[in-house]
Design a binder for this molecule. Structure first.
Ligand SMILES: NC(=O)c1ccc[n+]([C@@H]2O[C@H](COP(=O)([O-])OP(=O)(O)OC[C@H]3O[C@@H](n4cnc5c(N)ncnc54)[C@H](OP(=O)(O)O)[C@@H]3O)[C@@H](O)[C@H]2O)c1
Length: 305
């Protein structure tokens, strides 16, 4: 089968399509023919090892010294169950599934074998493969941090979402809306149209206005791009206000979050925001685009038709 191999850490050109062996599912695994995956901010950071100082040493030790030990990057997938192990009861051949592999990576590939009890579910009934692949990364991250901020504690909480146009930001808007929050979003002039299409009325353009000098107060501030810090935003928080940023802590992936995304997508409460779709052989172009840090929502990588 074909897979994108990260031959070493570096620029997008280090990604090369190679022939590798097709995985054989064990008794508890399903073999998924991947139709779509997504190129996320985390993927490009891993490929380029774009971290500073001592963290770079730690990352090399954990992930691989000169190249990722797991050289097939990609952590989300949507596709079709092609075969299954003897003990698999949750899925049948032909099921359309979507899921997240996390630190196991491996989704820039024509096939992947995943455990039936891992972070995999049948796709939302109304989703295309592209949509299913696009909603996972930002969705799981936004749910994680908004849960930490106790978004469900009461209705109509006032929330400021900084960086509202990325994968995490567009998801955060929709999860906050699901909790009936009163949303103010911070984005650039280029992002205004998208944020307004996602139903946000209070929009602050960071390239026109300094939101940190506002007199307005919020119950929750969520920085979905990690460009602020708590000190910078302290005057914007209510007395018991909570500040959360994607820069603090790891958003663990869980089946409960995937289930919530599936349900919200089926109810029409969560939509996939897809900026561009690239075919597998344009993987370097896809990474180059995500490297800009300017994508709006998500970038899909189409593995198969
Ligand atoms: N902690 C975790 O577990 C975890 C999980 C996932 C992601 N993350 C981190 O979360 C961050 C966001 O991820 P992502 O996938 O959503 O990134 P992304 O999609 O690449 O975000 C890009 C978006 O951010 C906007 N942006 C750039 N600079 C901005 C600024 N100063 N203020 C407001 N918006 C700005 C860009 O639009 P404009 O340029 O037009 O403003 C663009 O739409 C990344 O740093 C990623 O590493 C952390």
């Amino acid at each position: 089968m074909k897979a994108v191999i990260c031959t070493k850490y570096g620029t997008p050109e280090v990604l090369q399509i190679q022939e590798v062996s097709k995985p054989l599912p064990n008794d508890n695994q399903i073999l998924v023919k991947i139709i779509a995956t997504a190129v996320n901010s985390g993927d490009v950071r891993l490929r380029s090892l774009d971290v500073k100082g001592f963290l770079k040493v730690i990352m090399r030790l954990v992930l691989g010294i000169s190249r990722p030990r797991k050289p097939i990057l990609g952590i989300v997938f949507s596709g079709i169950v092609e075969s299954k192990g003897n003990k698999v009861s949750k899925f049948k051949v032909g099921d359309k599934v979507f899921g997240m592999t996390g630190f196991k990576f491996g989704t820039y590939s024509e096939y992947i074998a995943v455990n039936q009890n891992s972070n995999v579910l049948e796709m939302p009934k109304n989703a295309t493969y592209e949509e299913a692949a696009a909603i996972i990364f930002g969705g799981q991250t936004a749910i994680h941090f908004l849960n930490k901020a106790k978004i469900a504690k009461k209705l109509n909480q006032k929330i400021l979402i900084i960086g509202a146009t990325g994968s995490v930001g567009t998801a955060a808007i929709q999860i906050a809306k699901h909790h009936n929050a009163n949303i103010t979003a911070v984005c650039s002039s280029n992002g205004h149209k998208l944020v307004s299409e996602l139903g946000v009325k209070n929009i602050v353009l960071y390239d026109k206005e300094d939101f940190t000098s506002w007199a307005d107060k919020f119950d929750i501030i969520f920085d979905a791009v990690g460009k602020s810090n708590k000190n910078l935003c302290k005057n914007l928080l209510n007395e018991n206000g909570v500040y959360k940023s994607v820069s603090s802590g790891y958003a663990s992936e869980t089946i409960q979050k995937l289930q919530l995304l599936k349900e919200l997508f089926e109810k029409g409460e969560f939509k996939a925001t897809i900026d561009k779709t690239f075919p597998m052989d344009k993987i370097a172009d896809a990474h180059r685009y995500v490297d800009t840090g300017r994508k709006k929502g998500n970038v899909v990588l189409k593995i198969s038709q």
